[in-house]
Design a protein around this ligand. Sequence first.
Ligand code: MG
Length: 395
Amino acid sequence: MSESKKSPSAKEQGRGRGLDESQPLATFALRSATSGHRLHPEEPHPYRTAFQRDRGRIVHSTAFRRLQYKTQVFVHLEADHYRNRLTHTLEGAQITRIIARQLGLNQDLAESVALAHDLGHTPFGHAGERVLAEAMLDHGGFDHNRQGLRVVDLLERRHPDYLGLNLCDETREGMLKHGSNWAHPVPIPDVSGQRSGEAQVADASDEIAYLNHDLDDALRAGILTLEMLIELPILGDLAQQAQGHHGDIPEEVRRTRMISEMIDTLVTDLIAATRDRIVAEELDSPEAIRARTGKVVGFSPRVERARREIKSFLFERFYNHPKVALRTQEAEKVVKSLFDQFLAAPDHLPEGVRARFDETGRERAIADYVAGMTDRFAISEQTRLFGAEGLGNSL
Ligand code: MG
């Protein structure tokens, strides 16, 4: 069992746990036995905690499998070794487990949140999200966090008596961001204060994962080069080391060493800075973490500045690179034309989607359907509706 009753002292928690294969939870960790509330009450499982059951439901969901064919940054058809939403999710979950374990937080909960955090993503990443947000402006709005909650609360079907996965409130809370305030047919967890330490770790790990793997993909694609990174904090030194040290090793290995060391630098700093805050403020309960003015999980000021600089560099040089931007525009056209066409001619929709019109409204049912599509299904629907000359064939 991962939830030992024996808790380390605040001092032990503050030091971090070093090499230790036992998994005691800190006093500020959430425990499934005293939380784990579900909308539809369930009998406890004989040997799986409530959060472990959530993790299983997420991994076995249809939306999770579809992440495999959804874009991270590159459209998945371009090459098979770039990240997609599934590999991004797995890399984020891996980092989440390491950090949660070191801090004494509940790994199973943090991992569940990490595995679920992108379930609401549309095809073609943020391009698809922008289009649906625009289309749904007068119909209740759209964003991927909210859509993730719709997926786990309403759209997955696996039980005869209710819709959704019936996840714990703590897992659902972790999928939401601050200020999420919109109509949802199922009660929404309160996110007016800070979210749990576990949710904060999943968020931070998501960012550590994508900053590094996007950088890796951009280097691999030749959009960025190691030379371009020299001026950047942390990365500059690592890039220089990678170039200088290993003269006779392949470029790929050099790049991989740099990315690996970068992840380690960020993770180590995040753990140390977070535990310093925990000790300095004597945070000794989940409530103390929630009551804080800002997030407790975060980098030191120096690494936080570096993180921002690296992120704006990536936006400027990679996410807005003409090669990426062109594909983004094409992707937006595909999603827009699908939404508009389904709205104008609902006969093209599957019966199950039309059957939801009365209950959810036509626009919402179509948004749910389009948001659930993978990139390649969206492209094949595009071809079905608009012919071989239609949009999306250059994607
Ligand atoms: Mg993510």
